[in-house]
Design a protein around this ligand. Sequence first.
Ligand code: SF4
Length: 180
Amino acid sequence: MAEKLKVATCSLAGCFGCHMSLLDVDERLLELLEIVEFDRSPINDIKHISQPVDLGLIEGGVCNAENIHVLHEFRKMCKILVAVGECGITGGIPSMRNSFTLKECLEEAFVRGAGTENAHIPDDPEIPLLLDKVRPLHHIVKIDYFLPGCPPSAEAFLYFLTELMAGRDPSLPQELIHFD
Ligand code: SF4
């Protein structure tokens, strides 16, 4: 049997919808596990990449200092790095805050929005520092492929992975690109 593709996945500033879509392969997950082996991923709850892997799939854009750290770790450990879904490719819905200053966003969320007297912006040092703007992945590191969709469908994930395994260009045909 050919060696399995070692894959790591993570969600940065995303909603986990792209990961849910990957799991929508349903019973074909068994077929998928014939060709791929997951390293770090929310799917198996492994928190760190244990060894260099063939492929990294990243959902979500970059909104805080921890996201930057994780993204650099993925770039270092993954031979091929893929921006998955609109949030990874453009910043997506989280980047809607880019029209406002970070201060305005924080005050709206934690002070005006809270509507209580003691409301304040959380300042626990454990909380990762927010960036001024939400960025797409390719603004921070080199990205090898973009897997579009919100989320990309299960079929799109399967197509992408099987084409990659076969050594072909994994660009999606138009009919597999959806934003619903
Ligand atoms: S691309 Fe869509 S489904 Fe994927 S993380 Fe962003 S909002 Fe969620």
